[in-house]
Design a binder for this molecule. Structure first.
Ligand code: HEM
Length: 127
């Protein structure tokens, strides 16, 4: 069987380090602070479950919360192009920090970039 991206990057351990490094940055980013709750742990845990299944690991998010419907779940939050860029910059820096490199890094970065663009639901001047 061919390994999934999840297995190739080191599974649970790597995704855990990635979400920790990522939300530490999100909570310090001036464009993102206003839309995230102060208690980031529940969001971090959901993202851990989501990224696990997004990268071909066990379907932990769907088992817990049902179909992801990510765009719909983001609709109550003002996701502007500026915030999508901020989200992606935190994610790239988190990947740098944990040393995620090579072919899998490019693949994951590309898929997250497409997904982040798809989450945009307001223009910059609506937020
Ligand atoms: C939840 C912001 C992109 C996955 C959230 C929440 C916010 C947010 C504010 C709600 C936090 C709360 O519970 O109060 C953003 C912004 C993005 C973005 C600004 C920039 C484009 C993404 C992407 C993914 C993602 C690309 C997936 C790869 C999730 C997940 C949740 C979530 C899984 C939890 C949903 C739930 O079950 O409630 N996001 N997000 N987000 N986001 Fe994003």
């Amino acid at each position: 069987m061919i390994d999934s991206p999840y297995e190739k990057i080191g599974g649970e351990e790597t995704i855990g380090r990635l979400v920790d490094a990522f939300y530490a940055r999100v909570m310090k980013h001036e464009d993102l602070i206003p839309i995230f709750p102060r208690d980031i742990l529940p969001v971090r845990d959901k993202q851990f479950l989501f990224l696990t299944q997004f990268l071909g690991g066990p379907p932990l998010y769907s088992n817990a919360y049902g179909h992801p419907m990510l765009r719909a779940r983001h609709m109550p939050h003002e996701i502007t192009p500026k915030r999508a860029a901020a989200w992606l910059s935190c994610m790239r820096e988190a990947m740098d920090e944990i040393g995620l490199a090579g072919e899998m890094r490019s693949f994951i970065e590309e898929r997250l970039t497409m997904t982040a663009q798809h989450m945009v639901n307001r223009s910059d001047d609506e937020a």
